[in-house]
Ligand binder design. Structure first.
Ligand SMILES: [Zn+2]
Length: 414
């Protein structure tokens, strides 16, 4: 959020609308100047802040940076800074300040210098409007830039971010203040979902939502394009081309994945009052394992994010259960815990009550049961289940796939 004045009324919320931007050749040049100036200001003041700290053992404050920026624009050789919307530059300073604050709050790493190879972007804090139904007007672009309007813009426009991705496409993300949606009517139904690799998710009612074939197809294409890229010489024109080809496939994977995730999360939130999921530390897993690709491809965390914010919009509840709970090998009928369950065992029979379980459906049933019991007791007593936790950790060392992934989670959890 940029600056002050972001107070929302009780019935309001922010919603971002992202559109493809279709600038003319001339506009592309001016956009490039905005990207360049924003990057320059970010890097320049990051260096200034570091220098100031080394020399004075204190932080260079935001206001001081802003005053330096005003002077800088008057300096000889820096006239080009005046060619762009000055508010974008101040917004960049705000971003740098936020990056610093997050670092001191230990929320993120120390800010890095930005390079041209990263995603290019700049923020526009105000004065954004629709000129025609498919042209957006922002400061310095009076004639308006064309957008591909695939959905209606709602509410009051607040700010925007323009970006250019590695494949060379331009986007504008417009932040609006909208009225909160009307909550869904209660359905009286709850559901547990297990996040898998083969199927994207499996519900306690036995539905499976698959990874679409489309993504698989793109994955093969991605592997091919990456091979081509790896053979190109560094700094060559062919390498640049190959890099763009890789970026384009990545983009297609992201788009179709988001599409799928939106459809599933909307449906779940519409149909169920309570949705139970497992707490999986995806960040820790991706860092440490060969299966990183598969995991990031199914993109658990981005799905959970969508699920959570939609639940909040529509008055639903998402309950996240303890990651040490052995959801796969506990019998959802009689609570008997199977001693071991290898990944190859897709179905198993409970030795106590003889129920035949589909591994994934049983897991999601347990996730739901667990969530409901946490809710009714108000606490999650499994955290104290010292007996179970070491067992799960040690047994999870064998095999591949989700048990191993879960083990990785344990290892990466402080
Ligand atoms: Zn049983």
């Amino acid at each position: 959020m940029i600056g002050k004045g972001s107070e929302l009324k009780k019935n309001e919320m922010h919603e971002a609308f992202k559109f493809r931007l279709l600038p003319t050749k001339e506009q592309e040049v001016l956009l490039a100047k905005h990207f360049g100036c924003s990057r320059f200001i970010y890097n320049h003041f990051l260096a200034e802040k570091q220098k100031h700290y080394l020399e004075n053992k204190e932080t260079l404050k935001f206001n001081a940076c802003q005053n330096m920026l005003i002077k800088q624009k008057k300096n000889e050789g820096y006239e080009w800074l005046k060619e762009v919307n000055s508010q974008c530059l101040v917004a960049t300073l705000v971003n740098l300040e936020t990056a610093y604050t997050n670092f001191f709050k230990k929320k993120s790493k120390f800010p890095k210098f930005k390079s041209k190879k990263n995603k290019n972007s700049f923020q526009i804090p105000q004065h954004i409007s629709l000129k025609t139904s498919n042209t957006i007007r922002v400061p310095k672009f009076k004639e308006g830039i064309k957008i591909v309007k695939h959905r209606e813009l709602k509410g009051k426009i607040k700010s925007a971010t323009i970006s250019k991705n590695p494949s060379g496409k331009y986007y504008i993300s417009i932040l609006c203040v909208v009225e909160k949606p009307i909550k869904h009517k209660k359905t009286g139904k709850s559901i547990g979902i297990d996040l898998g690799l083969k199927d994207f998710i499996i519900t306690s009612e036995g539905q499976r939502y698959c990874n679409p074939k489309l993504i698989r197809k793109y994955e093969r294409k991605l592997a091919k394009k990456q091979r081509i890229l790896s053979r190109k010489e560094k700094g060559s024109k062919g390498r640049d081309k190959a890099r763009i080809a890789v970026a384009k496939v990545h983009e297609k994977i992201t788009n179709s994945r988001n599409d799928m995730q939106h459809k599933i999360s909307s449906k779940l939130v519409k149909d169920y009052d309570l949705i139970a999921i497992e707490d999986l530390n995806v960040k820790g897993m991706v860092k440490n394992h060969k299966l990183a690709k598969a995991i990031s491809d199914v993109a658990w965390s981005s799905f959970v994010t969508k699920l959570k914010y939609k639940a909040q919009w529509y008055g639903r509840e998402v309950v996240v259960i303890d990651r040490f709970y052995p959801s796969s090998k506990t019998c959802s009928c009689c609570d008997n815990v199977k001693e071991s369950l290898s990944l190859e065992e897709r179905t198993w029979t409970c030795s106590q009550c003889n129920t035949i379980h589909d591994r994934d459906v049983n897991a999601s049933k347990n996730i739901l049961r667990r969530a409901l019991s946490i809710k009714s007791s108000g606490t999650d007593d499994y955290r104290n289940g010292a007996e179970v936790r070491p067992e799960v950790v040690s047994k999870a060392t064998k095999g591949t796939g989700d048990e191993v992934l879960k083990k990785k989670v344990y290892e990466n959890t402080p």
